[in-house]
Design a protein around this ligand. Structure first.
Ligand SMILES: NC(=O)C1=CN([C@@H]2O[C@H](COP(=O)(O)OP(=O)(O)OC[C@H]3O[C@@H](n4cnc5c(N)ncnc54)[C@H](OP(=O)(O)O)[C@@H]3O)[C@@H](O)[C@H]2O)C=CC1
Ligand SMILES: O=C([O-])CC(=O)C(=O)O
Length: 268
């Protein structure tokens, strides 16, 4: 059994914008009560990696907590196996949970437990608290990013042209938190995160906006109901290597890890 005094043995899956920063900080001892024991990634990482690069199967043998920082496909392919092996799973690619069947299976699986990082958005704690008062009447998320970070293989030439030649904001998709993260799997997991907090994928209306002026990635959440009105707005500096991801996200992962490692004094 894991207690506050047990050092969590952490494996990071995905050594990219999120994994490198979160894994690097872990390896440097940045999270008391948690250590980086291995890394899983598609590409050979070489000597510079701060922990052994292993296969997913090997990671399950040596870790008690896996951080997914690779993509929605990894949650789909490995989520249940991680939990069934008794390993906890901290998910960054929350958009995978738009698949109801997968979400049900992950929430029912064990003995490992599944957790979600708040990632690039704030206010999820309060939105989750508001559920105790009853359903909200309206929840919207507007995500605005640089056009290049939103281009997708399914887009037609007309839309791609509009995005590439835009001089101002262009709405590239309006839908719900069920529809949007599937269409922008590397860029709109936040929509699924808001839905996880609210408890309803279909209730969260999402607009995705491409804006060449969006030097900062903006996420605006607006919600209202019989008991109050809520608005959370963030404007993040994007990661230099992967501008689809905001620079803060690995630090959100580290905050989640600190809570899972039992650090006291945390705001939960
Ligand atoms: N909740 C949130 O707020 C946010 C969530 N995210 C999620 O986190 C994910 C990771 O983000 P980020 O670090 O910026 O992405 P990066 O593309 O920078 O890094 C992802 C890394 O994971 C590797 N990878 C992908 N699939 C596998 C696999 N099956 N097995 C092993 N390694 C794999 C990639 O390798 P390769 O390039 O070879 O595929 C790459 O090295 C995003 O795809 C997104 O789903 C991102 C931002 C915010
Ligand atoms: O990092 C961000 O701002 C949001 C993001 O990419 C995602 O939700 O997938």
């Amino acid at each position: 059994m894991t207690t506050a005094h047990t050092v969590r043995k952490v494996g990071v899956v995905g050594w990219g914008a999120i994994g490198r920063v979160a894994g690097g900080a872990l390896a440097a001892g940045g999270i008391p009560g948690a250590e980086l024991v291995c890394i899983v990634d598609n590409r050979p990482l070489g000597e510079a990696a701060p922990a052994p690069q292993v296969s997913f199967e090997q990671a399950l043998d040596s870790c008690d907590l896996i951080v997914e920082a690779a993509g929605q496909g990894v949650v789909r392919e490995w989520g249940e196996r991680v939990l069934a092996s008794g390993t906890d799973l901290l998910v960054a690619s929350t958009g995978a949970l738009t698949d109801d069947e997968l979400a049900k299976r992950l929430l029912a699986a064990g003995p490992g437990r599944v957790y979600f990082t708040g990632g690039a958005v704030g206010g999820l704690d309060l939105l989750q608290s508001v559920r105790g008062l009853g359903p909200l009447d309206s929840v919207t998320l507007t995500t605005t990013k640089l056009p290049s970070t939103l281009e997708q293989p399914w887009m037609d030439e007309e839309l791609l042209d509009r995005m590439r030649s835009a001089t101002g904001p262009v709405v590239v998709m309006s839908g719900t938190a069920r529809d949007v993260p599937v269409k922008f799997p590397k860029s709109t997991n936040v929509a699924a995160s808001v839905a996880l907090a609210v408890g309803d994928l279909d209730a969260v209306r999402v607009q995705v906006v491409a804006d060449p002026g969006a030097l900062r990635t903006r996420h605006v959440i607006e919600a209202s109901g019989p008991h109050g009105a809520y608005r959370f707005e963030v404007a993040h500096v994007p990661d230099a290597a992967n501008p689809a991801t905001s620079k803060v996200v690995p630090h959100a992962v580290l905050r989640s890890l600190a809570a899972l490692a039992g650090r006291t004094g945390q705001i939960l």
